[in-house]
Ligand binder design. Sequence first.
Ligand code: RUQ
Ligand code: CUA
Length: 610
Amino acid sequence: MRLINCGKIMRLLSLPLLVGFLGLLFACKGGQSPAEKVYVPPGKLDSYYAFLSGGHSGQIGVFGLPSGRLIKMIPVFAPDVAIGWGIDEGSKEIMGGYIWGDAHHPALSETNGDYDGRWLFINDTANGRIARIDLKDFVTKEIITLPNVGGNHASPFVTPNTEYLVGATRFSIPVPNRDVPIETYKENFNGVIAFVSVDKDTGHMENAFQILMPPFDYDLADAGKRVSYGWAFFSCYNSEEAYKDLEVEASQKDRDFIAAVNWKAAEEAIKEGKYKEINGVKVIDPQEVKGIVYFLPTPKSPHGSDVTPDGKYIVGGGKLAAVVTVHGFEKMQEAIKKGDFDGEVMGIPILKYESVRVAEVPVGLGPLHTQFDDQGYAYTSLFVDSAIAKWKLGTWEVVDKIPVYYNIGHLAAVHGDTVKPRGKFVLALNKIAKGRYLPVGPSHPESAQLIDISGKKMEMLLDFPTPVEPHYGQIIDATLIKPELVYPLDQNKDPYAIKSADQARVERNGNRVDVYMIAIRSHFTPNILKFEEGDNVYFHITNLEQDVDITHGFGINFSNVDMQIEPGETKTVKWVAEKPGIYPFYCTNFCSALHQEMQGYIEVASKNSK
Ligand code: RUQ
Ligand code: CUA
């Protein structure tokens, strides 16, 4: 009896229990709260790296997603006194004499149109440069200057196999730069579109070629992909060629342009010698060489120029409009073949708007940038509306909108500008945070917001502050990046490296003194040093550690010298023995229980004491 009863009860209970259990399972999966979706428990790692530009701080922020945790600031165009970027000799040389830059667009290297995790590039809008960061150690390895480019904003935006990085003029200047009256802007100023080649093995950058352009303001770019491989598309405003009150004068026309550049054809022209050299770079003049550039009319002072993952469409964000304009690559090819032109500027044919445009998508006010997901949707940031619009490629209908706080500039989806977007999240990079964080005085931080895009409706998950100023960011699957955790000492090829304490020494040559020093827990060798007033001292310090995260610092009191030396690394820093006296130096990076003891003394003797 008891058994039967039990069985009955079990049967009676089992169905609702099962239903309840399954229901709970589904509810947990589908109905995760925003907090659960972004929570990364202690000891667990994030799934994505987000590289966010640091704007006029000249740095790049590395964040983990979905948590929004700031992991590292990579110094690029500006000094970082903590690690000695811009202080030690190697990084000073890379920085090329500048101490600031305006970093806007991080661009991960690509293979077959998708991020490959090898390098990260970023432009400097201020001083016309591009930097390369090696993702093996997250260190800036090289900065190249793009001659003839005035304000390199539409950059670096890699081609699908990182054949090239692009660059372009935002502020037209005379090319070559010279003293002419500003009032002769139309006659004497030019824009330039630049291609910088990247060595497949080393990542080394070279100025490959440039194209002379009318004096418009070139704004953003994207490389063609798949069907449009071999092309690149640059938006521009100020086709009015104004140079004074741009906020009025550069918005007169209903349409400006996206410049479509056939870089494969440009390569041919260069091979055939159809260029002139200006400031050491091969420059193609479209008045002399045809078939390289075409203008696609695009309303209205377009900002973003974004190519869809299949490469079939070019999306122009019409900053002052309420629509994004979608151009068809195939339509463009046909129009070029048929000669469907509406005049030309500086030898560059203007294609008929109706012949290239596929759709105008009514996304909302102030469309800037567009990214893509894995389901055939596009996401456009709306600066004026402070919102993101989601719309469908092909049907061109807007299907959802979400407000952001406030005034979004760029946005970044996971692999969102590649041929293989991953969906999942879009990150809103907002210009103005107004009251989203504890107040810290008049200047508020910028703000990023993580939005779940995996469902039909977008869902706001998380706010986090970002350092000045996230223009663009890129988000990559974390499994694609495998950094080195120590520099193997046996591979250290630095000419000033020493591999053991008995090689430590001081060498004098006139008033140049070279100190070969080692740092290892918790000691510098040598640590008692005597110089003469006026000596130029070069400290070559090798960190002999091979354990993860045992970094030593080297800071000299009463000076501007400080740097960080990673395990297995050698760095050189110069210090001038300006005044007689005693100068303590010490390890500035907490490394061990006896970190406080890791120190030494320099004695500088006065010249007349001998
Ligand atoms: S920009 S907010 Cu410097 Cu890339 Cu568009
Ligand atoms: Cu070495 Cu602290």
